[in-house]
Design a protein around this ligand. Structure first.
Ligand SMILES: O=C(O)CCC(=O)C(=O)O
Length: 309
């Protein structure tokens, strides 16, 4: 596989990060955070890296180590998950298709020396149905060690999000994204990518923070990774990303309410609807007798426009 250093760098504001993502399927933000932050996080996670057995399976690869639930392992995670420009860029990509985004997973990844590159894949393929033009997920790779073409830097195929019918693409079109700690690589769920092969003597370590449409089943169940006793210490925005916020209409609820109630912020309440405006309107019309058998389904989308939904 031919690997080149990343040759295309986005600006640091959300709009230019998102524009680069839309055009190329990936976007590198140089110096997104001070390198001391990934340094502190990497130190906090080092004992877990050391204690974690190698992964098993043709996809993960036996030359890797992985563990999850990173928000529960270090308070340093907040600065990464809530990075303002990156989070806003992710929202620009995903929020046209959902009310709110959610965390799909947090995963620490070590690529040990040797082994094989990961099979190229598109992360959106974990969900079986795709609507053309809809993005389901944005990943953010944060390196803890330098990522180089020889130590297993993440490989992306620029433009592959426009070529969804191709399962694999030419090695010559691949880009090994070289990064330093503090840089971040964003890529779409529709972008073909893989972890590279590590031809050095030292491990490559980093993590993926993955955000998805808020109504999808996430890769990692946040309520198990972060039960209320852990999530109640999160700031509200982080708790919402970690599953403690209902998605209209009434998705991801607990006891009929927004799951934030499980964090003790709303006292004791009965079931409460969380509906979109056009759904409220549709119910109102039904109650008023304005919807009759034979009323076309198209009425629904007309209502959505009328209600600004
Ligand atoms: O480790 C990497 O660089 C990429 C990992 C990846 O794409 C995955 O595990 O799905």
């Amino acid at each position: 596989m031919v690997a080149r250093a990343a040759d295309s760098v986005a600006g640091r504001d959300a709009a230019s990060i998102a524009a680069h993502l839309r055009e190329h399927g990936y976007s590198v933000v140089r110096g997104a955070l001070d390198p001391s932050l990934p340094g502190a996080l990497a130190s906090a996670l080092a004992p877990t890296f050391d204690a974690t057995p190698r992964s098993v399976g043709a996809f993960y690869g036996g030359n890797t180590k992985r563990f999850h639930g990173l928000l529960g392992r270090s308070r340093h995670m907040e600065a990464f998950v809530l990075h303002p420009a990156i989070l806003d860029a992710v929202k620009l990509i995903l929020e046209p298709y959902c009310d709110i985004i959610q965390l799909n997973l947090t995963q620490a990844i070590e690529i040990l020396p040797g082994g094989l590159a990961q099979p190229p894949h598109r992360d959106q393929d974990m969900w079986p149905v795709h609507a053309r033009g809809v993005e389901y997920l944005v990943n953010v790779m944060w390196p803890f060690t330098a990522y180089t073409a020889v130590n297993g830097a993440t490989i992306v195929w620029p433009g592959s999000h426009h070529r969804l019918d191709e399962i694999v693409m030419a090695d010559d079109d691949a880009l090994a994204v070289e990064m330093a700690p503090g840089d971040a690589l964003l890529f779409l769920g529709s972008t073909l990518h893989c972890g590279g092969v590590n031809r050095t003597e030292a491990s490559r370590r980093g993590m993926i923070i993955s955000y998805s449409l808020g109504w999808l089943k996430p890769y990692e169940l946040p309520w198990l990774a972060y039960p209320p006793r852990i999530a109640s210490s999160f700031p509200p925005e982080l708790a919402a990303l970690a599953g403690y916020r209902a998605h209209r209409p009434n998705l991801g609820t607990f006891e009929g309410k927004c799951p934030s109630t499980a964090l003790g912020v709303h006292g004791t309440l009965g079931a409460i609807d969380a509906l979109r405006p056009e759904q409220e309107m549709l119910i109102g019309l039904y109650r008023d007798g304005a919807l009759q058998p034979g009323t076309p389904m198209a009425t629904r989308s007309g209502l959505a426009r009328f209600a600004g939904g």
